[in-house]
Design a protein. Structure first.
Length: 246
């Protein structure tokens, strides 16, 4: 089995560890902090005055510098590593993707395994456990009652690894919907992610794929991060999926 995330090592950013004294901000742990979504989530959380612990396979890739930011490496396949990072956190964000080794089974998608591993730790912590916000995939959204967008994507146009990742996200949502003893939210982007700037203007939906007046389903990563941190602050969709689109 290939090791996806290197063992726990704390890397100090700037002048020191994140400043947690005299702060009203949430303590937010972000897995996949160097990813295209995770980077925006870290930036948005810091901009709003939250205390962020950024987790990456290679924390040296985290380029942000902020007094309320610290960077760590951690292993989402290791319950002890997860437990050590979740201590005293308010919210844990999972924004990862990939398949373990050369597996051809969606059950081995890291996003599916991650939610199960984290939920187990949340259960062990009990009442003081942080809330989980998982970044899902648009393939899990319905285009008509009972029909997922994943079911409509032409298989010839989708690489096998991406097909497995999409199926893994479906399994992650199905699993979370069985969880009633931990606080989770499944944040789902529109069909198309863009690199457009933050506007703070978007719609929040549920299980149905949202489209604009031109039939486009899109959201910028920056605005998706706004919606995700809104959820971190407001807990409006506990034990629910919510979707974000223009």
């Amino acid at each position: 089995m290939r090791k996806l995330l290197i063992p726990l090592i704390v890397l100090i950013l700037g002048a020191g560890v994140a400043n947690t004294e005299d702060s009203d901000g949430l303590r937010i742990l972000v897995y996949g902090a160097t990813g295209k979504v995770g980077t925006h989530v870290v930036d948005e959380a810091l901009e709003r005055g939250h205390i962020v612990t950024a987790v990456s396979r290679d924390p040296s890739r985290i380029k942000q510098r902020h007094q309320d930011l610290s960077a760590v490496s951690g292993d989402l396949l290791d319950s002890d590593s997860i437990a050590s990072l979740l201590v005293d956190q308010d919210v844990v964000v999972i924004s990862v993707r990939g398949i373990i080794g050369k597996s051809k089974k969606p059950e081995n998608a890291i996003q599916r395994i991650a939610v199960e591993k984290v939920v187990k730790v949340l259960r062990d912590i009990g009442d003081d456990a942080p809330r989980l916000i998982h970044v899902g995939g648009s393939g899990t959204l319905e285009v008509e009652p009972g029909v997922l967008w994943a079911d409509k994507i032409p298989k010839l146009l989708v690489p096998k690894f991406l097909e497995l990742e999409i199926q893994g996200q479906v399994l992650a949502l199905e699993y979370l919907r069985t969880v009633t003893d931990a606080k989770w939210s499944y944040a789902t982007p529109a069909k198309n992610f863009t690199n457009a700037k933050r506007t703070g203007i978007f719609r929040i939906g549920g299980d149905t794929l949202l489209e604009d007046e031109r039939g486009k389903s899109r959201i910028s990563r920056a605005d998706f991060a706004v919606a995700l941190i809104d959820e971190a602050e407001n807990a409006a969709h506990v034990r629910k999926r919510f979707s974000v689109a223009y």
